[in-house]
Design a protein around this ligand. Structure first.
Ligand code: ATP
Length: 274
């Protein structure tokens, strides 16, 4: 994923109401999470437990938010890791980190008296990408450990473990990860449409004074193709512009300049990256 800095602003606990737009993704996700909540029914019907959910889509669209909200919704312990954390120089370190992560998740759930633990793995493609290149052996062991842990999850486990993984490069994933009983449910988290952008702008405008007559609807109109993270950036930049002009509230021109700024920032990022 992309916008690392914004992660630190994400609160520890959050509900689906704090995620703007993404109505379809949220609905699909909640339906899947009911597998955890309605555990007894699932067991009686002999349905196999939900072990892995894959969130796919561009950076900054709220995949991390969705994983956190999932933990809250299901009353689960939340643990997070990123695929890139498992990449080490020494063979075996990645695998033992995966083992520790699952061990810690179980221990924390027991300690906190929770029924479930949700483990969020961002950038799953880093360990679960199709085999190529030099560090192959290390990646294989890390991936194999993850698959072993997932295969070891059973209906009667207490606490139950659910792994939510995210990637913006689904086509890169090793097919072993996508088999039934692993990450066999995929939810697309796309860039928001206008209605979604407006909802996201409203969420992030909550703690910011807007001048009378400011139209977030217009801002939503003008931000086609922006991610949630970029929209959050627009409001923040707009507040900075207001401050520079010694204004106590954000005015429409501040929002317009902020849109340009965020768009330019992205362009510069891309140019330096290439
Ligand atoms: P990455 O692929 O970079 O990991 P991500 O999809 O996990 O991205 P998040 O980390 O969930 O994106 O979002 C980054 C920030 O952008 C959030 O902390 C939040 O401020 C804002 N944001 C993104 N999407 C939404 C949304 N749908 N509603 C409200 N805020 C959002």
């Amino acid at each position: 994923g992309g916008d690392r800095k914004s992660k630190h602003r994400t609160p520890a606990f959050l509900t689906f109401d704090e995620i703007g737009g993404q109505d379809r993704a949220k609905k699909e996700l909640m339906e899947a999470l009911d597998f955890l909540i309605k555990h007894e029914e699932i067991k009686k019907l002999g349905i196999r437990p939900l072990k892995g959910l894959l969130l796919t889509g561009p950076p900054g669209t709220g995949k991390t938010l969705m994983a956190k909200a999932s933990a809250h919704y299901t009353n689960s312990v939340y643990m997070a890791a990123s695929g890139s954390e498992f990449v080490e120089m020494y063979v075996g370190v990645g695998a033992s980190r995966v083992r520790d992560l699952f061990k810690e998740a179980r221990a924390r759930a027991l300690k906190e008296g929770k029924d479930n633990a949700i483990i969020f793995i961002d950038e799953i493609d880093v360990i679960g990408g199709q085999r190529e290149g030099g560090q192959q052996r290390e990646y294989d062991q890390t991936l194999n450990q993850l698959l072993t842990e997932m295969d070891g999850i059973h209906t009667n486990d207490a606490p139950r473990i659910l792994i939510i993984a995210a990637t913006n490069r689904k086509e890169m994933l090793d097919s072993a990860l996508l088999r039934p009983g692993r990450f066999d449910r995929h939810i697309e988290v796309d860039l928001p449409d206008k209605k979604g952008r407006l909802a996201i702008l409203h969420i992030h405008a909550k703690n910011k004074p807007l001048a009378e007559g400011v139209s977030l609807d217009l801002t939503a109109e003008q931000t086609f193709g922006f991610s949630g993270a970029q929209l959050e950036g627009v409001l923040n930049e707009a507040a900075i512009y207001a401050m520079r002009e010694d204004k106590l509230a954000i005015e429409q021109p501040h929002l317009a300049s902020a849109i340009d700024k965020v768009m330019m920032g992205e362009r510069t990022d891309k140019e330096t990256a290439n």
